[in-house]
Ligand binder design. Structure first.
Ligand code: NAP
Length: 354
């Protein structure tokens, strides 16, 4: 974390001091005078005293920056769907704070998105991982790679999602929207739990939607496609309700481990998730809605970032957030038995314990 940076700063400062001391021993006037001036005083204070007021201000600003804004140095973060919309903004923000950021999605141009985040954040420790949540094999392979390559995982952001998924089954025999939005993240989280729980104070942030209110969870028909003209939309609502219930059960299972799990509604933002016709999107929607009703993707990413980094929520788990505030746990999600049962049934679908 910040410690890494401070240690290196203090290390450099003490090396300079030792060198000055050596030169002063060899009799060089200026070094001798400086070493005398420093005697018995903290190195940093002496260094600051020796600077002009403007330089001093810059050094203090830089140190504050390291302490406050770049406090994720040394931490590892995984953002699914970090290549677009809200996920992209989340990943860029966490990169700006100095974390090692892994962005995972099925985007073919993932490496160029990674380059954008590097350019924006000035952090080169950003990496693209190909992940197709519609394939359990892909999820397993990504989890295995992360566990093999990373020493820790401080923040897992399950952000990737699709709204109007095509109907039909995946190669795993699961309905597409449910697999991308729920079964895939469920398996990924379950497989990553060993590395997450061994990382102190780690956090799991699940991006749901307030549309979970329109969802239903019928354990007998969990993988049964919705029918009718609103089937894709309702499948989305079901999957987001499952994400909420999964978070509540995760928080219960992780109680006492120091790991937190929360879910959120980011707010409405005109991202690729709506896949609207380009003309309507560019002209009509942007002028009429973005300005007055919708959030920009960056604004929509704020609740995710809040849950990922804020000290305020360090010990908060199993909660629902909107606009960076904890909301009363929705009625539909308060059913702890349902959450437990859903975990059990989902486990059977994806064979988590295999
Ligand atoms: N925007 C809103 O108004 C809104 C409202 C409520 C909730 N949300 C939630 O916010 C989250 C982010 O959505 P967004 O608005 O930022 O949408 P977005 O711009 O479409 O981003 C979705 C991300 O998920 C990735 N993804 C899609 N299918 C995937 C798959 N099979 N495997 C791996 N990654 C996949 C996408 O990758 P590709 O770029 O390759 O497709 C993209 O990076 C979603 O969970 C969504 O449900 C959004």
């Amino acid at each position: 974390m910040t410690g890494v940076n401070l240690r290196s700063i203090l290390g450099t400062v003490s090396q300079v001091t030792v060198r000055m001391q050596e030169r002063s021993d060899r009799g060089s006037g200026i070094y001798k005078a400086t070493a005398e001036m420093m005697q018995g005083r903290p190195i940093l204070t002496c260094l600051l005293d020796a600077l002009s007021p403007v330089c001093r201000l810059q050094v203090v600003k830089r140190l504050t920056d390291l302490l406050v804004h770049r406090h994720l140095v040394g931490k590892v973060v995984l953002v699914t769907g970090g290549t677009s919309g809200i996920g992209f903004e989340t990943a860029a923000d966490l990169a700006e704070r100095g974390a090692r950021v892994l962005i995972a999605s099925n985007e073919r141009h993932g490496d160029s998105v990674r380059d954008n985040i590097v350019a924006r954040s000035g952090n080169t420790d950003v990496h693209f991982i190909y992940l197709d949540l519609a394939s359990l094999a892909s999820v397993r392979s990504v989890a295995t790679d992360i566990i093999a390559k990373e020493k820790r995982l401080d923040i897992l952001v399950n952000n990737a999602g699709v709204l109007l998924a095509k109907r039909g089954l995946t190669e795993d025999g699961l309905t597409l929207a449910m697999q991308i939005n729920y079964f895939g993240p469920f398996l990924l989280t379950g497989l990553l739990l060993p590395i997450i729980t061994k990382t102190p104070s780690s956090r799991i942030v699940n991006v749901s939607s307030k549309l979970y209110r329109l969802g239903r969870v019928d354990l007998e028909r969990l993988n049964e496609p919705r029918t009718g003209c609103l089937s894709s939309f309702l499948a989305y609502c079901d999957s987001k309700l499952c994400v909420a219930l999964m978070t509540v059960e995760l928080a219960r299972r992780l109680h006492g481990t120091g790991v937190t799990a929360n879910f959120l509604h980011p707010g409405c933002s005109l991202t690729n998730i709506y896949r609207l016709d380009t003309f309507i999107k560019k002209v009509g929607f942007q002028i009429l809605l973005i300005k007055y009703f919708l959030k920009t993707p960056r604004e929509a990413a704020q609740t995710t970032t809040h849950l990922a980094v804020s000290a305020e929520v360090e010990k908060v788990s199993g909660c629902y957030f909107r606009n960076c505030k904890a909301m009363k746990l929705p009625e539909k999600v308060r059913n702890k038995d349902l959450a437990k049962q859903l975990w059990k049934v989902s486990n059977e679908f994806v064979n988590l314990s295999a």
